[in-house]
Design a protein around this ligand. Sequence first.
Ligand code: GCU
Length: 683
Amino acid sequence: AEDGLNAWLRYARVPSASHHLGKLPSAVVTLNATQGLPVHTAGKELVDGINGLFGKKLTVGKSKGTSATVGTVGAYVDKNPSAAAGLPDLIEDGFYLKVSKGNVLILGQNERGALYGAFHYLSVIAQGNVSDFTLTSNPDAPIRWVNQWDNMQDGGTHGSVERGYGGDSIFFWDGYIRDDLTRAGQYARLLASIGINAVVANNVNANASILTPENMDGLARIADAFRPYGVQLGVSLNFAAPQLLGGLDSFDPLDKTVINWWQGIADTLYKRIPDMAGYLVKANSEGQPGPMTYNRTLADGANLFARTLQPHGGIILFRAFVYDHRSLNQTLDWKADRANAAADYFDGLDNKFEDNVAIQIKYGPIDFQVREPVSPLFAHLRKTGATVELQITQEYLGQQAHVVYLAPMWKELLDFDLRADSKPSTLKDIVAGKRFGQKLTGYAGVVNVGTNSTWLGSHLAMSNLYAYGKLAWDPELTSEGILKEWTTLTFGQDKVVHDVINKISMQSWPAYEDYSGNLGIQTLTDILLGHYGPNPGSQDGNPWGQWTRADDDTIGMDRTVWNGTGYAGQYPPEIAAMYENIETTPDNLLLWFHHVPYTQKLKSGKTVIQHFYDAHYRGSATAQTFVTLWRKLKGRIDKERYEHVLFRLVYQAGHSLVWRDSVNQFYFNKSGIPDELGRVGNH
Ligand code: GCU
């Protein structure tokens, strides 16, 4: 279990370790290290790592032999003024690494960067590479956060995690912050090793009670557990807290007493946690309170917090996931569309936000579906920075009971070119601030680890967390490259193990899309009960707005401007034109944008309904092969992980058949069109 907790940082002995000892440092020297801060941690990791990986025990402090020197550029240049000229430019959190004949120099722009450099070096040697190299590495974007959706008690729960599939919260229990925060520190260690610099610990559906004096003290203890790893704490706020907790009769963001109340909160938090990252706010969404309750704009709401954070240097991530599920009526209104909400609500607000606000936008306009177009809002915000919200916890994607390696999906989204002003405008360039020049941009990943000894509830799901951090640092990395690295660090170098994990992982997203929901119809999960398992009928006839508009003859959401909800028109002109027209809409998003007969011909020549049938057979057949593949690893990896993963893969194989038959039969029953291959129909 301890190994599970160490995930990709297990520092297991590398093959032929003893042959490499001469190319490794013999001592560790930390520059200006303070106990409890990242440079000190870096020194400790180097000692532990080299001991675990190679069985070589390093001495601490200057020695005659080779050494690994780690610290900030500033501390290094203080001691060696003449070295300054030879050092590269680093931005915040960046690092420089030089390995030469067993001597290693690891310099960070700040302490956090130094720790990142140490982890990077350890990852390189853990992959068996002890050759000389020099590397300068800067992050692509400054905001690289994760969001936990951990509950306090108010919901009647004891530290549960919303959409969490790996056990209870590692932070909260019974309405308070846990006494024992060992796991919080271990989590921060994993996150630091992949470049994550902040964690929002409590759910976006926030309990006001997170801000009681006692709980603010508790938050300070979480921040203490994170600090050795350079991970900052962020806090989710409940917009109505002045009323719910403060006893005020309003939470109007323009009301003086409300503003003062929030200023008091910020001051108190920063007194306890001087290096707090800032806030995350979900407002006016799914029944949550917000500024619109008082007819104020979303900018009024975000700026209220932004101003209270400014004296302390904090930032606020304000979510664009704003929609009112009570106002959507499918039957009466052909043009109603939840997908329109974000761009509509933020219309005209781009230049209204304070400088320390970034807008956190889910990758697609609905909700973490297996296939969504990139949210058009990314092309609208030019002055205000944006972060893209990705979801590591597999809410709609099998809840860690199905293997779905997500890096290929994220890469496709990040590489998508929105063509703003008809110029190259990839999502990755927008969230790096390269396209529009904003300063506060980046990534937010919903992770939801829990007390389970695998963190996420499945060993293989950890490749998603690893890939998230790596891509937030450098979106040019390849899905397969990241996976290979993760596999080596987690399972070692056995080629058979690599082949199997590569095959399963790289086929897993396409397979899941095939058996869960094709052609942009969304993941056809039960959207009323837990977002798990097939229930295509549950999408429609309710106000949640994840509609398919399937009837006996036709299916799909008409989101065109000429005849539909107008959503396609929210994109810059070239993209809008592509999606407006059936001919130019890619097949994999056909039903996202168009309402068509089941007999509509795809570019492949197949009809929509036949594609459904075939894809569901194909995807579930692929899932069967995962079991056979994995069985090849018996005896090649430890029994515990072998059995744990096998159990899940066997389940996934079975459940994929449930998916296949439920979805296929559902559409057969609706359309009455039999499968050309005779598999689906009246038997
Ligand atoms: C989804 C999810 C909710 C979550 C919400 C959000 O709808 O099912 O659990 O609260 O997204 O992102 O705010």
